[in-house]
Design a protein around this ligand. Structure first.
Ligand SMILES: CC(C)(COP(=O)(O)OP(=O)(O)OC[C@H]1O[C@@H](n2cnc3c(N)ncnc32)[C@H](O)[C@@H]1O)[C@@H](O)C(=O)NCCC(=O)NCCS
Ligand SMILES: Nc1ncnc2c1ncn2[C@@H]1O[C@H](COP(=O)(O)OP(=O)(O)OP(=O)(O)O)[C@@H](O)[C@H]1O
Length: 195
């Protein structure tokens, strides 16, 4: 089985591209989705202990947690030390299950793939990318997002140009969904996986 990593900086189009792989019949594991599940379950009591006041009714309040950790490098590291091993467990169970099922290809959507050395767990890596101004516009259009929060998050990420340089494949998400769908199809062809 080929394990294909999918990454890219904030707002570059990971989730959208992951959905295109899923649409083509490829099993996809999303680290972000795993975090959402964990924040309503196993991770919540741990986070409540380390960051009191960030959990309401057993569910992590992401806005409060973001206020607590973005801009405080030590706090973010402590949060990552809780969350990342749990996400890795979820990812490993997914890979094992796909292997058992005989899938020829599985996609791991990992926002911080290069930042956390995730490429060692992938055979090939796809980076999603778009021009900076488009990235900025997309991110600032989200509710609750500010220029300050965008900059704080970008500061924690490897620059887009470096990610592209380290990629096996780049998907350009600046020209619409149909164009991205065609690029995903071309990657599947290159990997020799029918779709
Ligand atoms: C800081 C939190 C609460 C903000 O939540 P919020 O819902 O506002 O944003 P969301 O999770 O959708 O993240 C938006 C984008 O920020 C970036 N980002 C998230 N966490 C990190 C991080 N630890 N370092 C760098 N960038 C990050 C990613 O590009 C992500 O796609 C949340 O991102 C979080 O809990 N992060 C720590 C867990 C983590 O590292 N997740 C990354 C994927 S495993
Ligand atoms: N190929 C595309 N064509 C047009 N718009 C796109 C394309 N890909 C993504 N977008 C738009 O860009 C925005 C961000 O996309 P998406 O949520 O997939 O990014 P992301 O990388 O998963 O973001 P984050 O890292 O913040 O979770 C969305 O509004 C989406 O509609």
């Amino acid at each position: 089985m080929i394990v294909l990593g999918l990454t890219g900086s904030i707002g570059m189009g990971k989730s959208t591209t992951a959905a295109l792989f899923a649409e083509a019949g490829v099993p996809v594991h999303s680290a972000d989705a795993a975090v959402h599940t964990l924040y309503a379950g196993a991770a919540a009591p741990l986070i409540d202990t380390v960051f009191p006041g960030t959990v309401t009714n057993g569910v992590v309040d992401r806005e409060r947690l973001a206020q607590r950790v973005l801009g405080d490098a030590l706090a973010l590291r402590r949060l990552e030390a809780i969350v990342h091993p749990l996400v890795r467990g979820s990812e490993q169970r997914f890979v094992d299950a796909q292997e058992m099922a005989g899938a020829p290809l599985a996609v791991l959507d990992i926002p911080l793939l290069f930042e956390t050395g995730g490429e060692s767990r992938c055979d090939k890596v796809v980076v999603v990318s778009a021009p900076f101004e488009m990235q900025r516009e997309r991110v600032l259009a989200r509710p609750g997002m500010s220029d300050e929060k965008f900059t704080a998050i970008l500061d924690k990420q490897i620059p887009d140009a470096e990610k592209r340089a380290r990629a096996d494949f780049v998907v350009d998400t600046s020209k619409g969904t149909e164009d991205a769908r065609r690029q995903v199809g071309a990657i599947l062809d290159r990997l020799g996986v029918g779709h």
